[in-house]
Ligand binder design. Structure first.
Ligand code: PMP
Length: 454
């Protein structure tokens, strides 16, 4: 059964109500903290969307270590969200904690390059392949800066992205497709600029549509994740990213791969595994062990064009950069993460265990008669309410079901298992153990029983 029939719909809504009550009983301290924090924070949280997890009140965290965290009420959780990839290498990895301790007595930030800068550059190149790098504080910023560079070096205005994309809060990418037109995403607050003016979005996996747009000769770059991971998960069809590489080269556009999430693919990220050389590559979230940090890499040829564009510009603000990016703490954490945490051994463990989880999840779904699909990109797995992986965002959206998703998340959370909110993503980190996988499967088994039987 992949259709969500009326009976399952009803059960999902009933289960959701029941789990909401259970959550309230289990989390009095989180509720108190939310009340107190509301005096000074919007919705009682440091960022407003922390209130959007679908829990009756936000879940406040006391501490996190490895693949686990403890909430304000003292309950321990196995964490498959892992900060939506920020903690993909586990919470507080020991080598990063040690590097931060060391650095903490030797300065945080100076606006000058720290002496370990060459070592960090070498570690980035060793792991991700590209020869040249710049640092940013978030993947959002890295994407924003790369778009600016791409426009500067090509002299073109427009960017091409894919329907359903998310690249952080970069204005140029926050678009939807409506009646075939690219428009500003309806949910954006305070948006004044018509984002469809310089951005065009087409369907993922549709090379013909990409070529139609590139043929106009005004597209500076194509920006995409190797697989869409923020509208459920949409894997590339065989040859799609290779096709983007060929087409961008043919029409003089640049190819930017945002590997903020697909860093889960394997050591070095998706493109390195696939043997594809983009013009720019963006990594964020886990590359400094979960501290705010991002990096973008580029080819030698591009480095020359970037320096030429900068040298030719009038002196003054380039529009690329923030004061704290590349600070001493970040560089120390990044170096420790790249050289001591994101190791071949760590990836071997993550990928092996994630592959086992994929097999076990498929078996579990089959046992419950559910033809839902599991898509895996290395250490990252997505459960979607459709028989086969979607090929574009429209199909991915059609497979979403809010009540069902919320019921599953809350059922699991109430039994000590955390999934990533807003879709059904599970991430395996170097410290995830077979016992953690067993716990997830056992709890999910109970949940699916509740959803499929009266
Ligand atoms: N790129 C991708 C693919 C992302 O999924 C995200 C965030 N989920 C970002 C960029 C932005 O990351 P950040 O919020 O850390 O800036």
């Amino acid at each position: 059964m992949n259709v969500i029939d009326d009976a399952m719909n009803l059960r999902a809504e009933r289960l959701l109500k029941h789990e909401q009550q259970r959550y309230v009983q289990l989390h009095p301290s989180s509720a108190d903290l939310a009340d107190t924090a509301r005096r000074h924070f919007l919705y009682g949280v440091p960022m407003h969307w922390m209130n959007d997890w679908g829990t009756p009140t936000p879940l406040f965290v006391r501490s996190a270590r490895g693949a686990h965290f403890t909430c304000a009420d003292g309950i321990e959780y196995t964490d498959f969200c892992l900060g939506d990839t920020g903690a993909m290498f586990g919470h507080s990895p020991e080598p990063v904690a040690r590097a931060l301790e060391r650095q903490a007595r030797q300065g945080f930030t100076t606006m000058l390059p720290a002496v370990n800068t060459p070592d960090v550059g070498a570690a980035l190149s060793e792991q991700f392949g590209l020869p040249y790098w710049q640092i940013a504080t978030t993947a959002t910023d890295a994407n924003r800066f790369v778009l600016r560079w791409a426009r500067a070096v090509t002299g073109r205005n427009k960017v091409l992205v894919f329907d359903g994309c998310y690249h952080g809060t970069v204005d140029d990418t926050l678009v939807d497709v409506s009646d075939g037109r690219t428009v500003s995403r309806a949910s954006l607050l305070g948006q004044t600029v018509d984002l469809g003016r310089y951005t065009v979005a087409v369907d993922f996996n549709d090379l013909a549509a990409v070529e139609r747009e590139l043929a106009g000769g005004d597209i500076a770059c194509v920006l995409t994740e190797p697989a869409l991971t923020n509208c459920g998960m949409v894997p590339p069809t065989p040859g799609f990213i290779e096709g983007l590489r060929t087409l961008t080269q043919r029409y003089g556009s640049l190819l930017i791969l945002d590997e903020t999430h697909t860093i889960s693919s394997g050591r070095g990220g998706w493109a390195r595994q696939a043997g594809i050389a983009p013009d720019f590559i963006v990594f964020g979230k886990p590359i400094a062990g979960g501290l705010p940090a991002a990096a973008y890499g580029f080819s030698e040829a591009l480095a020359q064009r970037m320096e030429a564009a900068k040298d030719a510009a009038p002196p003054g603000h380039s529009g690329v950069g923030t004061t704290l990016s590349g600070n001493m703490m970040t560089l120390a954490a990044m170096h420790a993460t790249l050289t001591e945490v994101a190791t071949p051994t760590a990836y071997e463990h993550m990928l092996g265990l994630a592959a086992e989880l994929e097999v076990a999840l498929n078996a579990l779904l089959a046992r419950h008669g559910l033809s839902w699909c599991i898509t895996r990109i290395g250490a990252r797995l997505e459960l979607q309410f459709c028989g086969t992986a979607p090929t574009n965002a429209r199909e991915a959206r059609a497979a979403q079901h809010d009540a069902l998703e919320h019921a599953i998340h809350l059922y699991l959370l109430n039994r000590g298992v955390l999934l990533t909110p807003f879709h059904n993503m599970m991430l395996v980190c170097p410290e995830t153990r077979p016992l953690d996988i067993e716990k997830l499967l056992e709890v999910l088994d109970g949940c699916l029983t509740a959803l499929t039987t009266d």
